[in-house]
Design a binder for this molecule. Structure first.
Ligand code: AMP
Length: 428
């Protein structure tokens, strides 16, 4: 038997109703902040991620699905393609390719699958979904302002509250700018030198190539060493410090609570200044629902003009998991209002006519078949979870009134055709 590939999964009903509920709330909330949707391709030139995410990151060095294009033309030979492991690089590529700076400030969001060859576990998949948004544009359009950082964080708090996800925690840090990073990396290297021999192999590599990444380490034995390392907060220059303070002040003014976490450096190289994560207790080991930050140098790193930006990516799989923990999930699952049971030969056409009328009134209708006996129709109606069963037999058609039975209470009434939709809608 052929099964879904390890780390991938089928999203089945009724859970897919939760996914749609999340996505429609996302579209509503983001709209209020004037974000618009962008859809970029699922695969891109490998170079985009090497340059945009960073060669030294776990994503690029270990986790990408990459292959050589099989085109015949010489220009296609040896051309490497990659399934996108994240979407920010794709959005910024599109920003540059279509010269989106002509529009001033761009506020773009996306919803779609991403691919990383990680070790699968609960809440971690090889194909997973992200909901993300980016604010990018020339500094003259205000893209560098701490107001943008705070606005994005407040929007996320609003979204999580709207979805009914209680108990989230916003962790906030500033990772400074490349200037600060030089002095910080120097201090880190010095502090790591005498202790790195006792650390994991990944940290030994990071200490040489990009010491900042040591803070990504999850190996328990390394944690006491990491605790004693210098922190980026001690190395922020004046503009970065002022920016960070301003973000916090706006958050306090709008009543979004946060905690400072000076170990938060995030997995991607292109982040500058504000870095953040929202975590949720119900998720267990993989407790980050979303992460994001500022990436003021990314557009230039990809060959574009200076275009400061800030964005985030929500793990939709994990968001849905958090939602499943809360009571509100039940209310989202929509069962059929009615099962229509045609009773006797020639009744399929009458039932179809009735179903068509009721569906036009937005009722959810499941339709049976005239060959089913009444007992079987009742069984099927119960199985699909319909609230009512409606019998369409010869007598009913003649009277133009139909037997409507509440499957939970057993109560049965005869309802005229014209009253059916209103009656059921009224009880919803
Ligand atoms: P990142 O792009 O690494 O900053 O991740 C942003 C968010 O995507 C994380 O906070 C997770 O919620 C989610 N995420 C990242 N990797 C995975 C994965 N392999 N499976 C499920 N969700 C993931």
């Amino acid at each position: 038997m052929i099964k879904a590939v390890r780390g991938t999964r089928d999203l089945l009903p009724p859970e897919t109703a939760l996914w749609n509920f999340v996505e429609s709330a996302v579209r509503d909330v983001f709209r209020a902040y004037n974000f618009e949707e962008i859809r970029t391709p699922i695969f891109e030139d490998t170079q985009l991620f090497a340059r945009g995410v960073g060669e030294e990151t776990d994503i690029v060095s270990k986790e990408m699905y990459t292959w050589e294009d099989r085109g015949r033309a010489a220009s296609e030979k040896g051309h490497m393609l990659t399934l996108r492991p994240e979407n920010t690089a794709g959005v910024v590529r599109a920003y540059i390719e279509h010269k989106l700076w002509d529009r001033g400030l761009n506020k773009l969001y996306y919803i779609g699958p991403q691919f990383r060859r990680e070790r699968p576990q609960k809440g971690r998949y090889r194909q997973f979904y992200q909901i993300g948004a980016e604010v990018i544009g020339p500094a003259s359009a205000g893209s560098e302002s701490p107001a943008r950082d705070a606005e994005i964080l407040e929007m996320l708090a609003t979204l999580l509250d709207r979805l009914g996800i209680a108990g989230w925690n916003l962790e906030l840090n500033s990772v400074g700018c490349p200037n600060d990073r030089v002095a910080f990396n120097e201090a880190l290297r010095k502090a790591l030198e005498p202790v790195v021999g006792k650390m994991c192999v990944d940290c030994q590599r990071r200490a040489v190539t990009n010491p900042l990444r040591v803070f990504d380490c999850k190996v328990p034995e390394d944690q006491p060493i990491i605790e004693k390392l210098p922190r980026i907060s001690q190395f922020l220059d004046e503009p970065c410090r002022t920016h960070f303070v301003a973000v916090q002040e706006i958050l306090k003014a709008v009543g979004v609570s946060f905690t400072l976490n000076d170990r938060l450096v995030r997995g991607l190289d292109y982040y500058t200044r504000t870095a953040f994560e929202f975590t949720h207790g119900a998720l267990g080991a993989q407790n980050a629902i979303l992460g994001g930050g500022r990436y003021d140098g990314l557009s230039e790193a990809l060959g574009g003009p200076a275009a400061p930006g800030i964005g985030f990516a929500i793990g939709e799989d994990r968001l849905v998991m958090s939602l499943q923990e809360s009571a509100s999930a039940e209310a989202v699952l929509h069962k059929p209002d009615m099962y229509i049971a045609p009773l006797g030969l020639g009744m399929n056409a009458e039932a179809a006519r009735l179903a068509r009328e009721l569906r036009r009134h937005d009722l959810v209708v499941e339709l049976g078949d005239e060959s089913f006996r009444l007992k079987k129709s009742f069984e099927l109606a119960t199985k699909v979870g319909a609230k009512y069963i409606l019998i369409v037999g010869e007598n009913e058609v003649k009277a133009d009134a139909f037997a409507l039975k509440d499957l939970a209470t057993g109560e049965q009434v005869s309802v005229a055709r014209g009253d059916l939709a209103r009656r059921i809608q009224g009880e919803r």
